[in-house]
Design a protein around this ligand. Structure first.
Ligand code: EPZ
Length: 429
């Protein structure tokens, strides 16, 4: 497996451009199953998870081609309706094909997504939504089989504002007869992006981005062209990397609105943050001040930024408090950060981060995507060499992370093979 080797202590300087959002690209790629016509997608990031989703679409029978700028999908009439175990077990988001397959073909068999390193990840809310729309749900041999002759609009209340449950139900409801209202829906920007994409295909969705989403079912959806939003978590990660190294970095191709919680928290920590129309500049030459961070569903502070910002707070002046309210086991980065000299104490869902003056490089292991990103952030500051194992976790969500950091002046190299996902450059027909 590959490793990242970082020699810390170099302030980051320069400009980078944000990638397309992984968590917008994944549901939007799944949504291409809702039509037999050609769909052209821009700003789809070259990431492991996105590649897995493309492989899954091809496994189901869709034609997927891509060039440097676009992914083109044609999910014709003769698709299979059973997703492959190997692909679904690699990535929880594969479960997002269930709603579109159910809506278009009246059935889907999707293995239950593998357990994830960040707590138990049930799909009960997805299934509750499908049942409310009139689907029969059966579990057999670790897979979920959903079936419906006809989906009918319904009022659905989500016990928690689950992002992918909201997305799965929204996609299924697009082709249901009548109106569906999702209450306590997730409000993330990626939900809005999916709704905007579906509406370009002829869906009739309103209220995305609020806690009440209304979907008026239509007979069918047509093809179209769409460009996904920039990745707010990648942007936030590089903002924190600039802050911890005492650098001066400008990140282009962003939606400022989507990174407001990170801007607010960095400013509270005494970091200078200057947003512009579609970019943000972050600079500082002082240790950050200790702050309190509490993760919440959007528009609260994003749980995916909890690990990266905790890395910054390890060297803050004073004691910070980090509360993780979304997932029940998302502190796996703490042990590794403490091995680098941080002083963090966990108490259930709360972590007390006692600021230290410096971190020391050592060999650490990425346990999941955002925990891995936190170790990169810490390694950029740590004295000496930090060796990060299991880098494939990081490649799931960050395009060319070492290339981007090198361009900002970091001393970083990748050892071992390139990201498993190698850009396949077959031309669009
Ligand atoms: C999405 O995951 C994101 N993934 C996650 O990003 C993100 O951390 C999460 O939303 C929260 O923002 C994608 O969009 C592909 P949830 P998701 O369902 O939808 C509970 C990353 O690093 N829940 O909103 O799986 C669940 O256990 C990834 O990019 C149920 O109880 O998260 C959790 O406690 C990690 N029943 C809470 O809701 C359900 O049926 C929020 O989970 C579904 C969820």
């Amino acid at each position: 497996m590959s490793q990242l080797i970082i020699r810390g202590g170099r302030p980051l300087h320069g400009e980078i451009t944000a990638q397309g959002a992984k968590n917008a690209a994944l549901p939007i790629l799944a949504a291409t199953l809702l039509t037999g016509e050609e769909v052209r997608l821009g700003q789809i990031p070259h990431l492991e998870d996105v590649h897995t989703m493309k492989l899954l679409l091809e496994y189901l029978g869709a034609k997927v081609t891509e060039n440097e700028d676009e992914v083109v999908v044609i999910a014709g009439e003769n698709l299979i309706h059973e997703a492959s175990y190997d692909l679904v077990s690699q990535m929880r988001a594969s479960f997002l094909v269930a709603g579109p397959l159910l809506a278009r073909f009246g059935k889907a068999i999707v293995p239950l997504p593998g357990g994830c390193a960040i707590g138990s990840r049930p799909v009960d809310l997805h299934l509750k939504g499908f049942q409310a729309l009139g689907a029969k749900v059966e579990m057999s041999h670790g897979a979920v089989a959903v079936q419906a002759d006809k989906l009918r609009g319904a009022d659905i209340y989500l016990d928690t504002p689950s992002v992918t449950a909201t997305e799965n139900i929204m996609m299924a409801a697009c082709l249901a007869e009548g109106t569906t209202v999702i209450e306590n829906a997730a409000e993330e920007p990626e939900i809005v992006d999916l709704a905007n994409f579906l509406n370009t295909m002829g869906a009739r969705i309103s209220g995305a981005g609020t806690h009440v989403i209304r979907i008026d079912g239509v007979r069918e959806l047509h093809g179209g062209q769409y460009e996904v939003i920039p990745d707010r978590i990648e942007v936030g990660t590089y903002m924190v990397a600039a802050a911890i190294t005492g650098g001066d970095v400008r990140i282009n191709n962003i939606v400022v609105e989507h990174v407001k919680p990170v801007i607010a928290k960095l400013r509270e920590a005494g970091v200078m943050v200057e947003p512009d129309v579609d970019s943000v500049t972050v600079w500082t030459n002082r240790r950050p001040k200790a702050i309190t961070v509490k993760t919440l569903p959007h528009p609260g502070f994003p749980t995916d930024m909890q690990a990266p910002i905790m890395a910054l707070l390890t060297i803050a002046r004073g004691t910070s408090t980090v509360v993780e309210t979304v997932f029940d086991n998302r502190f796996k980065h703490v042990r590794e950060l403490n091995r680098m000299g941080a002083n963090i104490v966990i108490d259930d869902r709360r972590a007390l981060v006692y600021g230290v003056k410096s971190l020391v490089g050592t060999r650490v292991e990425a346990t999941d995507l955002r925990a891995g990103a936190a170790l990169v952030v810490a390694g950029l500051k740590a004295e000496g060499e930090t060796i990060i194992d299991e880098v494939h976790h990081i490649d799931r969500g960050y395009v060319d992370i070492e290339k981007k950091l090198l361009s900002l002046g970091a001393d970083i190299e990748r050892k071992g093979n390139d990201p498993l996902y190698v850009k396949t450059q077959h031309k669009v027909n």
